[in-house]
Design a protein around this ligand. Structure first.
Ligand code: 5AD
Ligand code: SF4
Length: 482
């Protein structure tokens, strides 16, 4: 057998769930002696953790795979793996499109990656490890074929020492007609609260200050144990008790499951971020019906009214799809009206991308020309940006509490480090998830500081740290700057 190097290259696209999966896969492989590299040309193990939500994300991966077509000439010992949503969706098709791929591993088989890599390297045989398709068995069988993958966490393996994602659910049963996720991540399953709490405690012991709970429809969380039903609100209350944890967030919410107990928990638990991501997708009832979202605009409006009553200071963000099948100009205008009405903190806006395997792909023609999708996307983005900037401007002069995450992207690009003389540009987030940049000492990462806001853009607030009383102590002052 040819010897191989221990260099691992991994590219991750897609959502936070994918980022978490990659972190866990990398952790498992590092335990086996692998080392991460950013140079794909040096790596004998190359992995792509993929996304299928839009065609563009798949194209990106197939192009990257295309560039590796001849890489095994120089590195016959190389193993190339395609992981995640596209692996589950395309299965053997990946080999047709990219014959040099060795392993295809679905979202429900990530635990098997170390073994699959070893076997592929020795046997030089291709392997596919995927879950059952949703119509291939009973619900229990299909659910069982999507194995939970949440091994215990290791501090050195996390991208940030202060922040961590924790999966509380996997899969989705909502079957929105445009969406491939119920196929790629399987049936909705909530994790056992005992395991979730244990994972959160381990993370906080390791220095994590902010936990973000993940689920495709995170507020649909439900787990029955010893006759007790756990909802997301119960879980938030239990996790909040962990000493040393400063902030708790959760994404993504499903509008219909935005119950009062959850809103009250966010109001009453001081560690819960006052931030709710509740995608509307469209402002038009006809579109929502075609999307099979399960609510009307009147119901979404009721939900927003309940949010505003219970959490008057909370920030709400949304997702929108423009150019969905049959979307008229009038329907698009209704989406813009919804943004004007609710003034979302921000919205993620996507051009509709037909996905094989979804109901919309089979039943509804993708009849909105690309150019119209592009224009609607642009128009919506401009509107949302104007609103975000106006609302951010209202913060100028105010002081907000910021959890410092580390150096800003600009500071990182400039190559500033801990050792850089003088303050560097730091970034963090407010309780309502607004991004704040300010000069400071990088050692403040992981602490709470008060920042007085002086300026803004649509996405960012800029300011200066003001001295504050230390949170848990009597009157210890945090250093403003070193
Ligand atoms: N085309 C475009 N956007 C999509 N999304 C999901 N499926 C599609 C699709 N086929 C968007 C939705 C969802 C976000 C994660 O991605 O807005 O909330
Ligand atoms: Fe996709 Fe709808 Fe499930 Fe969200 S709720 S993951 S959009 S099917």
């Amino acid at each position: 057998m040819t010897t191989h190097n221990n260099k691992l290259f991994i590219e991750t696209v897609g959502c936070q769930m994918n980022m978490l999966d990659s972190e866990l896969v990398v952790a498992a492989l590092r335990q086996q002696g692998y080392e991460l590299t950013e140079a794909i040309a040096d790596a004998d193990t190359v992995l792509f953790n993929t996304c299928s939500v839009r065609e563009h994300a798949e194209h990106k991966i197939y192009s990257a795979l295309g560039r590796l077509k001849f890489s095994k000439r120089a590195r016959p010992q190389q193993v190339i793996g395609v992981l995640g949503c596209m692996a589950q969706k395309d299965q053997e098709l990946v080999f047709q499109k990219a014959p040099h791929v060795d392993i295809v591993v679905g979202t429900g088989q990530l635990a098997e990656i170390p073994r699959l890599i070893d076997e592929a390297r020795v046997s030089r045989q291709r392997a596919v490890a995927v879950s059952l398709n949703r119509r291939e068995g009973t619900r229990t069988e299909v659910s069982g074929s999507f194995q939970s993958y949440d091994p215990l966490r290791e501090p050195a393996m996390r991208p940030s020492p202060y922040q961590a994602f924790v999966r509380i659910m996997f899969g989705c049963d909502k079957f929105c007609t445009y969406c491939v996720v119920p196929m790629t991540r399987g049936p909705e399953q909530s994790r056992n609260p005992t395991d979730i709490l244990k994972e959160c405690r381990v993370l906080v012991d390791q220095g994590v200050k902010e936990v973000t709970l993940l689920g495709q429809t995170v507020n649909s969380f439900r787990f029955v144990e010893d006759g007790r039903t756990w909802r997301l609100s119960d879980l938030l209350a239990a996790i909040s008790e962990i000493d040393g944890l400063l902030r708790l967030k959760f994404v993504t919410n499903y509008p219909r499951d935005m119950t009062d107990d959850l809103l009250q928990a966010v109001r009453d638990l001081p560690k819960c971020a006052q931030y709710l991501h509740v995608p509307a997708q469209s402002g038009c009832d006809e579109m929502l019906k075609r999307m099979k979202r399960g609510y009307t605009i009147a119901q979404y409006r009721d939900m927003m009214a309940r949010i505003q009553t219970t959490l008057p200071n909370a920030a709400v963000s949304s997702d929108f799809i423009v150019g969905f099948c049959g979307e008229t100009d009038a329907a698009h205008q209704l989406s813009l009206d919804l943004i004007r009405e609710f003034r979302f903190k921000n919205s993620f806006i996507f051009k509709y991308s037909p996905r094989p395997g979804t109901k919309a792909f089979d039943m509804m023609p993708d009849d909105i020309p690309e150019e119209v999708k592009r224009q609607r996307n642009q128009e919506m983005l401009e509107l949302q940006n104007a609103i975000s900037e106006e609302d951010n401007a209202a913060f100028i002069g105010r002081t907000v509490e910021v959890l410092v995450e580390g150096m800003s992207k600009t500071a990182e690009k400039r190559g500033e480090t801990d050792a850089t003389a003088g303050p560097v540009q730091l970034m963090g987030r407010s309780m309502c998830d607004r991004i704040i940049v300010f000069p400071g000492n990088p050692r403040l990462a992981g602490t709470l500081v008060d920042v007085q806001i002086a300026d803004c853009t649509p996405t960012t607030l800029m300011g200066e740290i003001v001295t504050r009383e230390y949170q848990h102590g009597a009157s210890m002052l945090l250093p403003i700057l070193a």
